[in-house]
Design a protein. Structure first.
Lengths: 243, 243
DNA sequence: AAGTGGTCTAGACCACTAC
DNA sequence: TAGTGGTCTAGACCACTTA
C-alpha cells in the first residue's frame, strides 16, 4: 500500500464504485469528499481526474460527478488494454504466461532510422532480437526488437528468451511506462503464414512501437506482426487535455 | 485565444520548443518559469503535465525537465493521431476534406448489443447510417454508424451526408470529446473489395468505437472498415496515472 | 440563489539528483 | 549542500446548472 493520499483515494473510490455503494450513480460533491476523507479538495480533484481519465467517472460542472454507466454495466468494454505496455503482461492477466521462442539474436550497427528513434550516435550498436510468441501453443506474434547495447549491455540469450521488460524492472529498478505506437494492417508474407499458421488470404496486424523508460530514455524499438485474430487493441481517448 | 493561464503557457512553451529556443534540451526549472510567466508554480506544473502527457517533454525529479529528443527530431513520429476523434477532422488537417457517399440511411430497433453500448432501454430506436468515405476520390473507409434517435431526433439525409460530429457541435453546442475504440485486422469481404478497390488478398483494418458527448452520454456506435493502406493509428501510452 | 466543478494562488515539506 | 520535481494544504474567486 502506497502512502500517497491521492492514490489511496483512487483505490478506495474504485472499490466503492465496484461495490455499487453509490446507487444513484452520483458521487458526493468534492467538498464533501474532502471532509469525509480528511484531505484537501485539491487531492480529491486529483484522484477524480485520474478516474475520469480512465473513463470510470465523468464530471459535469454545476451538476456533479457521475459514474459512467457502462463501467458497471459492461465491464468487458472497459478492459483498457491499451494500458498494458508489454506483451507478457497483457496476457499474464489471464493466469497464463505466453511462451517465447527465440528465432534470432545478434548485434548490428544501428540504421539511420534506429539512430533517430532510439536517439543514438552514428556507429552505435543495437541488439536485434527476433522472437515468436505463442499462447497455449498457438503462435500469435512475430516480434522484432531493437535495444541499444548502451542501455542494457548485459543482455544474453537467457534474458531475451523471457520478458525483457520484467527483467529490466527487476534487475535495474527502472520500469517501462511510456510507449509510442503505430497500428496498421497488412497482407501476410510467406514467413508470416508459415510461422503464424495463416492462410494466404489472412492478414496480420502490425504494431510498431518505441518504448521508453520512466526517465524518458528510449529503450526499445519493436515491430510486431500479429495474427489477425489476436490483435485487439483497445483504447480510451479523451480530447480534454485539462487533465 | 483562450484566457486560461495554463493553456496559454502550454501554447507558448510548445512554440518555444518548436523554435528550438531551448538548445540544451532542458527547460528552465519550475520556480523560474513561475517567476518569468508571473504565475504560480501550480499553474506551471499543470501546463508541464499536459506537455508530458503528450510526450513532448519528460521530467526527472532532481534533475529537471527535458524536451523529448524525438519530438523535434522526427515530428512525423509524434503526429498523435489518436487524439483526432472524428474521421473528418483527422483528414482536414491536410487542407482537404474527405468526401462522403451515403449508402444507407434508416431507422431500426436497437439490438441487445446496441442497447448495452448506447445505454438504451428495450424498444428504443436508432438511426443506421452506412457511408463510404473517400479522399481525393479514393474510397478508404466503409462506415456503419448507429445513433439513438433520442439524442439527435432531427437527423436527416443532408446532415448525415456531412460530418455528424461537426453538426452536433454547431447545432447543439455539445462536443464529442471521448471515445472507446477497438482496433482489429480482418480479411476483406466481397463488399470491402468492391467498395474499397481491394484485391482478395488485401485486408481491412476494423475500428469499432463508442463515442461520447462531453457530458458522458454515449452518442454513437461506429464500425469502420478501412483500406489497409490508410489505417495508421498512432497512440501515446503513459502508464503513470500521476497525471 | 444555492450548489457544484474549474481555475489559480502562496507556501510548506518531502524525495531524489548532482556536486 | 543546493537544486529540482512531487505532494499536499487552505482558501479565493469564477462558470455553469438547477430550481
Amino acid at each position: 500500500m502506497t502512502d500517497l493520499v491521492y492514490r489511496n483515494i483512487i483505490k478506495d473510490l474504485k472499490d466503492r464504485i465496484q461495490d455499487n455503494e453509490f446507487e444513484s450513480k452520483k458521487l458526493p460533491d468534492e467538498r464533501s469528499l474532502s471532509d469525509s476523507y480528511g484531505v484537501s479538495r485539491s487531492s480529491i480533484k486529483r484522484a477524480l481526474n485520474v478516474l475520469a481519465n480512465q473513463g470510470i467517472i465523468f464530471k459535469k460542472r454545476g451538476s456533479g460527478t457521475f459514474i459512467n454507466p457502462l463501467y458497471q454495466k459492461n465491464q468487458t468494454i472497459f478492459q483498457y488494454e491499451g494500458s498494458n505496455l508489454g506483451v507478457t503482461d497483457s496476457f499474464k492477466s489471464d493466469g497464463k504466461t505466453p511462451q517465447i521462442k527465440l528465432l534470432d539474436f545478434d548485434v548490428i550497427p544501428a540504421t539511420k532510422e534506429l539512430q533517430t528513434e532510439l536517439f543514438l550516435d552514428p556507429g552505435e550498436f543495437v541488439y536485434r532480437i527476433k522472437r515468436l510468441r505463442s499462447f497455449e501453443n498457438k503462435p500469435f506474434m512475430i516480434e522484432m526488437g531493437y535495444i541499444p547495447i548502451r542501455v542494457a549491455p548485459e543482455l544474453n540469450q537467457e534474458i531475451v528468451t523471457g520478458s525483457i521488460f520484467n527483467y529490466i524492472e527487476d534487475a535495474k529498478g527502472k520500469s517501462v511506462t511510456k510507449s509510442f505506437m503505430t497500428i496498421t494492417a497488412n497482407p501476410s508474407t510467406n514467413e508470416d503464414q508459415k510461422l503464424l499458421g495463416l492462410k494466404p488470404v489472412e492478414p496480420v496486424g502490425v504494431m510498431e512501437g518505441i518504448f521508453f523508460l520512466d526517465d524518458g530514455t528510449p529503450f526499445e524499438v519493436s515491430n510486431m506482426r500479429i495474427h489477425y485474430q489476436y490483435l485487439n487493441y483497445n483504447t480510451f481517448v479523451d480530447l480534454d487535455e485539462n487533465q
